[in-house]
Design a protein around this ligand. Structure first.
Ligand SMILES: [Fe+2]
Length: 383
């Protein structure tokens, strides 16, 4: 199936809410936003930096197709650059790199807290932060209550205490999603710090959850509601009887079932969600509503990963079904994926760029890329 995306207006640039972050780390008050009507050198310089490639091609196969055997629909030929006003942009003019990243992080915290809610997506260009150590110190300066990534699979690679982005190989697309929507306590924000863009490709995919949600039919929302939302089941093997399925020891780093169960409870899972079996397997199962409300704005959001449905086969270690255990139908999956693509845009991060997302308000993913050097660090926050 192919969805025709709207044509890209030639030369379209992101410019809404383009603001300048002068005196980035000084004691001065942040300069007032630079509007497009002001003709300052800063504006000219900033505008010139923000260019996007329209109509980026979307390869037809995804990581999930390869992984799950090829039953996913194909839905997009191209994805466009963000329209005017889509995200809020600041230019740091390299200032954090020229000062103590700890202090720069502290100043940036104020910026994020005051500006992120406007669009749910905030781009800070040209921080100059160029290595994991300075990013780590910057992250410390931000002062957020940090979370670690807790997916179904293996923990992420760490660099200087920071999480690297997903290990999905570069030749595969990573479709958009809200981070950890399947867990009882998802992160509030996700921050990407670009140390090295890909040789080619690797653009970040973005979508507004509200835009996406508005395209899901009332009948589908009702169906999820009637069937108890979405059920996520993880099955981990006994680490002392090796198989090719991940063990609870690998996932949690714990060496006893009791401590592994506590690990899940610390993530917000209820004791009833966690059951151990006689064969040493650990079942972790939770149900989440398919639609939630944004914790601050109250906007209804279709917030789940139902589109990555995994059929309820006994040997499958991870299953995603309706809350009542029934398989989610093909037509529902197709509708969700189509709605995703209809709402998705692509953005290329350059070295030193920082992308801050309200994890409830925005989804993220990335296009395939070439080369070995693409390096993005992530930071997840509770607050
Ligand atoms: Fe993610």
């Amino acid at each position: 199936m192919t969805v025709a995306l709207p044509p890209v207006v030639d030369g379209a640039l992101i410019e809404a809410k383009l603001r300048c972050l002068l005196k980035f780390i000084g004691l001065e008050t942040l300069q007032a936003p630079v509007t497009q009507h002001q003709s300052s050198p800063v504006e000219a310089q900033t505008t010139e930096r923000i260019t996007f490639t329209p109509g980026l091609p979307v390869p037809s196969r995804t990581f999930e197709i390869v992984k799950q055997g090829g039953d996913r629909p194909e839905v997009a030929d191209a994805v466009t650059s963000p329209p005017d006003g889509y995200l809020t942009i600041f230019d740091a003019h390299h200032a954090p790199a020229e000062a103590d990243p700890l202090e720069a992080g502290h100043q940036t915290r104020h910026l994020i807290d005051s500006e992120l809610s406007d669009n749910g997506i905030l781009l800070i260009r040209d921080t100059g932060l160029s290595n994991a150590e300075s990013c780590s110190r910057f992250a410390q300066g931000l002062g957020y209550d940090r979370m670690t990534y807790e997916p179904y699979g293996p923990p992420r690679k760490k660099i200087a205490g920071m999480d690297s982005v997903t290990a999905v190989p570069g030749q595969f697309r990573q479709d958009i999603h809200n981070e950890m929507s399947y867990n009882p306590e998802p992160n509030s924000k996700i921050i990407f710090m670009c140390l090295q863009p890909a040789e080619s490709g690797g653009e970040n995919l973005l979508a507004k959850t509200a835009d996406f949600t508005s395209q899901i039919s009332a009948a589908t929302l009702q169906r999820f509601n009637n069937k108890g939302g979405v059920r996520y089941l993880r099955v981990y093997n006994d680490p002392y009887h090796g198989t090719n399925i991940m063990s609870w020891g690998e996932r949690t780093g714990c060496d006893t079932l009791q401590s592994a169960a506590q690990y899940w409870r610390d993530l917000g899972f209820q004791p009833a969600d966690i059951t151990s079996r006689q064969d040493g397997k650990l079942f972790v199962e939770n149900r989440r509503p398919a639609c939630i409300h944004h914790p601050e704005s109250g906007d209804p959001l279709f917030f789940n990963i139902a589109q990555t449905r995994v059929k309820p086969v006994n040997s499958t270690p991870f299953q995603i079904t309706y809350g009542d255990g029934d398989e989610i139908e093909d037509c529902i999956i197709a509708e969700i994926i189509q709605a995703h693509w209809n709402a998705t845009v692509a953005l290329r991060l350059e070295q030193g760029d920082m992308l801050v997302l309200d994890n409830y308000a925005a989804l993220h993913g990335r296009l395939p890329y070439t080369g070995e050097d693409r390096t993005l660090l992530t930071l997840l926050t509770r607050d």
